[in-house]
Design a protein around this ligand. Structure first.
Ligand code: PRP
Ligand code: MN
Ligand code: MG
Length: 194
């Protein structure tokens, strides 16, 4: 029960299931990781997955014998208005911040790959700064005919072609404060349309 009850169609992925999956993804990522890692959060949607993932990675890299120094970076990327991408992907990165990527192993942490255009544009931009490697993890990937075919290295869940919110995913900035990943209802879309 929450202030969003009428605005949601269903719970797609309960919070506990997300947390179990995050733990497994963290193990896969750490096992593949050889040197210092720059973990890069894609704001705003990626912030909750990033926070939970980094928490597990931190534990694994101090207790399980993998000694991996971590640094954390944050990039603001936005293209959505209502339930559709504007096609105009805005990336907030200063030249100074970009210099941090040179020669580093980067892990990008994203909430969802929908059409894939955000990630393809972001990767093109980051590759200009000559990192030594870039890997991408996305908690969700949507099965949609609008996909450009991009598939990240580490995926949490493949989901059906519906607009999902919660666990930091939004609809016009609302619903980020839900713990579960849910499908928005028609009522919800109308209530928060812009
Ligand atoms: C959303 C989501 C991903 C991207 C995925 O971000 O968080 O970053 O869109 O869509 P795509 O694969 O079709 O490009 P949004 O633009 O809503 O900004 P936000 O993270 O601040 O919510
Ligand atoms: Mn986003
Ligand atoms: Mg959004």
């Amino acid at each position: 029960p929450s202030h969003y009850d009428k605005d949601l169609e269903s719970i797609l992925i309960p919070h506990g299931v997300i947390m179990d999956r995050v733990e497994k993804l963290a193990r896969l990522i750490v096992n593949d990781c050889k040197g210092p890692l720059v973990i890069c959060c894609i704001l705003k949607g990626g912030h909750q997955y990033f926070a939970d993932l980094v928490n597990v990675i931190k534990k694994l890299t101090t207790k399980d014998g993998h000694s991996i120094p971590l640094s954390l970076e944050f990039i603001r990327v936005k293209s959505y208005h209502n339930d559709a991408s504007s096609g105009d992907v805005r990336i907030s990165l200063t030249e100074e911040e970009c210099q941090e990527f040179k020669g580093k192993n980067i892990l990008i942490v994203e909430d969802i790959i929908d059409t894939g255009s955000t990630m393809v544009k972001l990767l093109k931009r980051l590759e200009q700064y000559q990192p030594s490697s870039i890997r991408v993890t996305s908690l969700l990937i949507k099965k949609t005919p609008k996909s450009n075919g991009y598939i990240p290295d580490y995926v949490g869940f493949a989901i059906p072609d519906a607009f999902v919110v919660g666990y930091a995913l939004d609809y016009n900035e609302y619903f980020r404060d839900l713990d579960h990943i849910c499908v928005i209802s028609e009522h919800g879309k109308q209530a928060y349309a812009q």
